[in-house]
Write a protein that binds this ligand. Sequence first.
Ligand SMILES: [Zn+2]
Ligand SMILES: [Zn+2]
Ligand SMILES: [Zn+2]
Length: 135
Amino acid sequence: MTNPEEYLSLHGVKPTAVRILVWKEISHKTRAFTLSDVENALPDMDRSSIFRTLRLLTEHNILHEIDDGTGQQKYCLCRCEDDHHVNHVHFTCTECGQTYCLTDYAIPIVDLPEGFIPKDIEYVIKGICHKCSRM
Ligand SMILES: [Zn+2]
Ligand SMILES: [Zn+2]
Ligand SMILES: [Zn+2]
């Protein structure tokens, strides 16, 4: 991945020390994460600056906010090639509660009735993940 300063600047985010630290922590993630996950990984940083950073990165299309039905606000990295409003497929494990980003799987496009205009497409599959299904 490109260096954090460059990546953030490219997306219109001023690369401050806090933002760079948060970005380094989340940029390798292949699963969706919560504010608490980032907080636990960066114990020296206060919750509100982490929260503000995640919000900012979301506003600048670096992150997606996702609702996987667990009732927890989760975020994941944007890996969109073109339309940011069509996120990749997610798989939420009902055993461990992890939400995986299945970035190689395309969301099936649904033909909507006349007059219905889609804005955001989220696709969440619920089931048992590869780790839990082996137990
Ligand atoms: Zn995106
Ligand atoms: Zn699982
Ligand atoms: Zn994702």
